[in-house]
Design a binder for this molecule. Sequence first.
Ligand SMILES: *[C@@H]1O[C@H](CO)[C@@H](O)[C@H](O)[C@H]1NC(C)=O
Ligand SMILES: *[C@@H]1O[C@H](CO)[C@@H](O)[C@H](O)[C@H]1NC(C)=O
Ligand SMILES: *[C@@H]1O[C@H](CO)[C@@H](O)[C@H](O)[C@H]1NC(C)=O
Length: 333
Amino acid sequence: MHSFAALFTLALPVFASAHGHDRISRQHRRMSNRAASTPHVRKATYTLKDMYQGQSFLDEWDFFSESDPTNGLVDYQTKEDAASKGLAYVQDDGTTILKVDNTTTLQSGQSRASVRISSQTQYSSGLFIADIYSMPHGCSIWPAYWSVGPDWPNGGEIDVIEGVNLQELNQYTLHTGSGCSLTNESVSSGRVLSTTCTSSNGDNTGCAFQETDTRSYGHNFNMAAGGVYAHLLADDGISIWFFSRDEIPADITSQTPDPSSWSSPGAFFPSTSCNISDHFYDHSLTIDTTLCGDWAGAAYGGACPGTCADAVADPTNFDYAQWALNYIAVYQS
Ligand SMILES: *[C@@H]1O[C@H](CO)[C@@H](O)[C@H](O)[C@H]1NC(C)=O
Ligand SMILES: *[C@@H]1O[C@H](CO)[C@@H](O)[C@H](O)[C@H]1NC(C)=O
Ligand SMILES: *[C@@H]1O[C@H](CO)[C@@H](O)[C@H](O)[C@H]1NC(C)=O
């Protein structure tokens, strides 16, 4: 089962050859030239409220260890078990690692140990800046960085980084209670995938954009040493930006972020047909890696061999299934 697909997509290290990186950067630069600025964002002064880095991801976020609500073949670990199995730890350089077990051989259909954590602090507005070096990806793997409110879907859900299997472009999705849809105001550089944000028993697609930057997800994200995802949750809309590592705006690095000066966001969900403050409140930031389940399992196939459950059983498919987090900073205006 250490397949063609696994080799092709997983075999390269996090910090890739300069060659592959150059090629991707050039491609992106062409796109950046087209990008407009962000007149839709109010100018404001943002003050750092919370900084998660190193041990604070483990101490100020809760480990979710119940069964996966999205029916994945994962066994989410408690804080203690994640630590003892080496699935959640801080490296000497301060990078926080959250990983999927890659040492245990399972039987097809069994669940693999993984980690899901959520911030104890909840937010109803803010500018959230996530600097990430690498992310999990590959056959059966469904990583996500997202935020979610209470009484799902009424408190809303913002999926900032999400994808499954061999997906190459990141997807941005909102899930809400009734009365929220996406009006395409053509502010964003992303491609509208769907416009119904309201989730119901019949349809849980959400409203969504697909990012166009090929470094936004998975293998190519990791090849470029990751980058920054920034999202702004404000009354007049939700904007989400992706900046690859070598294009992170200086005001982000200097902790004086001014989103009104950035290039156009990959996704913009305006308040035109969705009252943002009514539909998004008390959000916990969440990072997880699930396997198969409602999306990765349902979408499994193509270049991924065998069944999704077979892929989960083979530990060698998970050697690169890890989040390497620099920091997440929360600003409010
Ligand atoms: C969104 O708006 C842009 C610009 O007007 C247009 O090119 C694009 O087709 C629209 N997308 C959808 C899904 O309506
Ligand atoms: C959203 O709804 C609240 C009442 O629930 C209202 O006070 C607010 O003005 C609305 N916001 C917008 C942008 O329409
Ligand atoms: C698990 O993956 C790590 C890299 O994330 C690698 O260093 C290690 O050798 C792998 N373990 C096994 C048993 O293959």
